[in-house]
Write a protein that binds this ligand. Structure first.
Ligand SMILES: Nc1nc2c(ncn2[C@@H]2O[C@H](COP(=O)(O)OP(=O)(O)OP(=O)(O)O)[C@@H](O)[C@H]2O)c(=O)[nH]1
Ligand SMILES: [Mg+2]
Length: 426
């Protein structure tokens, strides 16, 4: 939508909030929306807030505000209005009719950024699916934009006539089904890849967008992940090996960042990209501690992980960008507030030793559960098994003994080799 050769759209951003809602949060959201719009290629010339007892069902903001906007649009030559909260399809349509210019919401802007930043076939497929799901109930004139962007469907659309829109809806539904199937295939393929690396400990970097995940990834693994001071620079997952302080190999992954009000469709369609975090032994939440809202960022990351069903993976909090902190006094307090904290500057490589030490320490604590069945003919192995593992369950049967064991992660490879024929599951 925001082709580079075109002049950026002169834009007004708006927050419509319920009276009594946290004003600081609203301001913060608008600041973030401004950055999102900038990343999407718009020129934000003004911001507005309206506090309402009840949001207007038809236009979100009140009718007086719509009139005021209409005047400002002419006066300041505005081409785009962006709302911070998701507009219903009806509100979106009504506002465009009333104002006679393009009206979008935060979700649409985020989807636009994702569409522009997606490089790999996987990311492109996921973004297209989320985009179509978002657009389906909104199919109107905007559709011409969408069909141009993806080319795949509805390119023969003649115009915004009702019948055409019905045809488009059907085409979009078909395409959504097709993309879901494609993403399902990618998931299967990724699961197989992950199984092959099962023996290594996996650390997954997650965090708010722009926190410095990729910078840390590159510091630790000499990977060459794209880093930039912009939102959603990374949309894929990169996995790289690194050596822990004891010489053991482990895996580190870097993935797409999160933000407030990330469209639910987008989170859902990025499930395969985020699967690495779900399967990880440890989640590393990278936090830009120099950002005034870093606490709320931590909460957003936790909430997003929870929405993906990732709740029981142990977490490490890496507070990044300490070089930007004017007041380092807050660090001891943060240490008390969060578990497993490390303070670093990924950019300068400051305190990287602590990261490696912490990872090794956690890896040592890690254990794996496996089940063995020892037939009576192999009873001589029992003593050895008891020495190397903690037996958590023992059941004697007519043919032998079934054991459930807790094995130190670093012993699990040894176990797999020594007792290969005895292992039932691991
Ligand atoms: N001052 C300072 N800047 C940093 C540090 N770490 C990262 N940055 C900068 O922060 C910006 C974002 O870094 P990335 O590593 O791309 O952040 P990310 O978390 O991967 O971001 P997304 O992929 O967009 O979600 C870049 O401009 C980095 O140079 C740090 O320790 N100190
Ligand atoms: Mg990144």
């Amino acid at each position: 939508m925001f082709e580079t050769e075109r002049k950026p759209d002169r834009t007004i951003i708006i927050a419509a909030t319920h009276k009594g809602k946290d004003r600081e949060l609203t301001e913060d959201n608008l600041k973030e929306l401004r950055l999102l719009c900038k990343t999407a290629g718009c020129d934000v010339v003004m911001q507005m807030t309206q506090e309402l007892v009840k949001l207007n069902k038809a236009t979100c903001i009140g009718s007086g505000k719509v009139d005021e906007l209409r005047e400002i649009i002419t006066e300041k030559d505005i081409q785009l209005i962006v709302f911070d909260d998701e507009l219903t399809p009806m509100q979106n349509r009504n506002l465009m009719e009333e104002l006679q210019i393009k009206v979008m919401d935060r979700s649409a802007i985020i989807l636009d950024i994702f569409a522009n930043h997606a490089k790999t076939p996987e990311a492109k497929t996921q973004v297209e699916l989320a985009h179509l799901q978002y657009m389906l109930p909104r199919l109107t004139r905007l559709w011409t934009h969408l069909s141009k962007q993806y080319g795949g469907v509805g390119t023969n659309a003649k115009g915004p006539g009702e019948t055409q829109i019905e045809t488009d809806r059907r085409l979009v539904r078909d395409r959504i089904q097709f993309l879901k199937g494609k993403i399902g295939d990618i998931e299967v393929q990724k699961n197989t890849q992950r199984k092959g690396r099962d023996e290594l400990t996996r650390f997954a970097l997650v965090g708010y967008t722009n926190a410095g995940k990729s910078t840390l990834m590159n510091q630790m693994t000499q990977a060459d992940v794209y880093i930039e001071d912009k939102l959603f620079a990374t949309l894929d997952t990169t996995v790289r090996g690194f050596e822990m302080t004891n010489g053991e190999k482990a895996l580190l992954s870097d993935t797409v960042g999160f933000i407030r009000k990330l469209p639910a469709h987008l989170v859902a369609s990025f499930r395969s990209t985020l699967a690495e975090a779900k399967e990880a032994d440890f989640i590393i939440n990278v936090i830009d501690v120099s950002h005034p809202s870093f606490r709320s960022h931590i909460q957003v990351v936790d909430d997003t992980l929870a929405s993906l069903g990732i709740t029981d993976v142990p977490k490490i909090h890496i507070f990044n960008k300490i070089d930007m902190l004017e007041d380092k006094e807050i660090l001891p307090r943060i240490k008390q507030e969060y578990a497993n904290t490390i303070f670093i500057s990924a950019k300068n490589g400051e305190n990287m030793d602590s990261v490696f030490e912490k990872f090794a320490e956690l890896n040592d604590q890690l254990s794996k559960k496996i089940s063995l069945f020892v037939p009576y003919s192999k009873m001589h192995l029992i003593n050895k098994i008891y020495t190397n593992a903690e037996v958590i369950e023992r059941n004697e049967t007519d043919e032998g003994i079934a054991l459930r064991l807790k094995v130190k992660r670093n012993y699990s490879l040894l176990f797999n080799n020594l007792y290969k024929e005895l292992i039932i599951s691991n």
